[in-house]
Design a protein around this ligand. Sequence first.
Ligand SMILES: CC(C)(COP(=O)(O)OP(=O)(O)OC[C@H]1O[C@@H](n2cnc3c(N)ncnc32)[C@H](O)[C@@H]1OP(=O)(O)O)[C@@H](O)C(=O)NCCC(=O)NCCS
Length: 159
Amino acid sequence: MATDLAIRVEPGGMADLPDVMIAMGDAFDPEYGEAWTEAQCAGILGMAGSWLLVARSGEEPAGFALLRTVADEAELLLIAVRNRYRRQGTARALLAQAVEDAAGEGVATLHLEVRDGNPAVDLYRGLGFVQIGMRRAYYRGRSGKVFDALTLEKRLGVN
Ligand SMILES: CC(C)(COP(=O)(O)OP(=O)(O)OC[C@H]1O[C@@H](n2cnc3c(N)ncnc32)[C@H](O)[C@@H]1OP(=O)(O)O)[C@@H](O)C(=O)NCCC(=O)NCCS
């Protein structure tokens, strides 16, 4: 898959975790406590049903999405795009691939948690996700401040 600026989305694995961590460090503000460590990513990726998508421009990592399927439900655990690759459709391309992968595995619902106030909410809503709940104090930021999370879901096959 390619976007206008030749960003391609490919399936990833453990060998891609260094690139994932480059994007992770670039994308997430430590203020909010949303980023994961490499060990956390490796732990999830080693579990059945987990999958990774990596966006690259040439050899440069641009972003990634990490997901997990349990039965007929998939969860978007993380998505991040490096600053310099933003607003070029990179996250949209990652999510389109994730939806295609999940639908191909018979997944009925894709859900996610996102910090209340994260502009990513606009991305998700634009792709047909709807809010189904809220989790109080779900994220703990660098300074100990806590942030609520919204729970969103998208029924696959429904726009
Ligand atoms: C959220 C994030 C993944 C979006 O990546 P991106 O590649 O810039 O997103 P896209 O270019 O595919 O955006 C698609 C659409 O989503 C919406 N959108 C994306 N970023 C937005 C922002 N900061 N503010 C408002 N709307 C936004 C827009 O509708 C956009 O379409 P447009 O550019 O034509 O207006 C990126 O900003 C990021 O990595 N943020 C930090 C990490 C994070 O918070 N991840 C989500 C929680 S896990």
